[in-house]
Design a protein around this ligand. Sequence first.
Ligand SMILES: *Cc1c(COP(=O)(O)O)cnc(C)c1O
Length: 375
Amino acid sequence: MSQLPDIAIPDDLLPHDGRFGCGPSKVRGDAVEMLAGSAGHFLGTSHRQAAVRFKVGELRNGLAELLSLPDGYEVLLGNGGSTAFWDAATLCLVEERSQHLVFGEFSSKFASATAAAPFLADPDVRSADPGGAPQAEAVDGVDAYCLTHNETSTGVAVAPVRPEGSGDALVLVDATSAAGGLRVDVGQTDAYYFAPQKCFASDGGLWIAACSPAAVERIGRLTSSERWVPAFLDLQIALDNSRQDQTYNTPSLATLFLAVEQVNWVLEHGGLEFAAGRCDASAATIYDWADAHELATPFVSDPDLRSHVVATIDVDDSVDAPVLAAVLRDNGLVDVEPYRKLGRNQLRVALFPAIDPEDVAALTRCVDHVLERLV
Ligand SMILES: *Cc1c(COP(=O)(O)O)cnc(C)c1O
């Protein structure tokens, strides 16, 4: 990309905010201002004292409301992001054998974690090619079904449903890029886990999990069994701390603060339905645009599988998508490069609730402007 075409997008086409990345993703300016305003008595204070514990409590209660948690579900949190939660779940939630639906990079990583665990049987892995989604199927001996609500690497979303005939097996759902943006019935799941740098418009480093009483029971049993569990990944320790609105070790206070700002913003505007409605509007805009454009096509061919929080758009081979993304970046529209390992000539665009649907419309007009000058 030595000679990037010099294409200046006119100001009146540009979005108000040019951040369209899938994580870390756009943080609302209002939330950052609130953080700056509270900094003097919040940032740089002890996470064991009331101000931060109150914030953790606000986050746990706000999420319970936003996700309409069924009675008995508890919100746990700890450090390390969703990636750490995969290891914690391998140790503290999978008893003997898990089943994994693998349809992209993120879903494959949890399957690799359980496959590598010497104390577990080899997982039952059901795969689909990128752009599709496999089906769960109840299997004797599987005690944890591992689903992904939104596969961020491919832009495929599947609402989590407890597999028929799965009995008292647990349903563990990676909702990292879905939670807070896609509608969900958390009662279909036993651990609905995520990190706050996607739909929750905060920063990374934290994992958060809404856990059912059955999951809490499993955690208690496995962590008191003979299996060795490092304290950092011990979900019973995380649960004990969470119940006191604390974390096992020091969290990022800014991450907590911004996550609470986003939860409150969504709740003040009507809750998950408001957030999902914004994502629906953005999704309609970008998929309709791609369907109508002769140089663009939604990568996910089945409209029912197309994610309303992460859109993947294939670009005609006559256009070099990395050059297109670089020109956009040059104009302040950032992070629409495709997921690196998918290796397709495409753009990937986050449609998270914090991203204004008007800005998604503006992005399509900017892409039009650049395409007209690139081909
Ligand atoms: C981003 C993402 C992850 C990884 O989250 P980290 O907090 O970076 O560990 C896992 N799963 C999905 C579906 C994601 O989108």
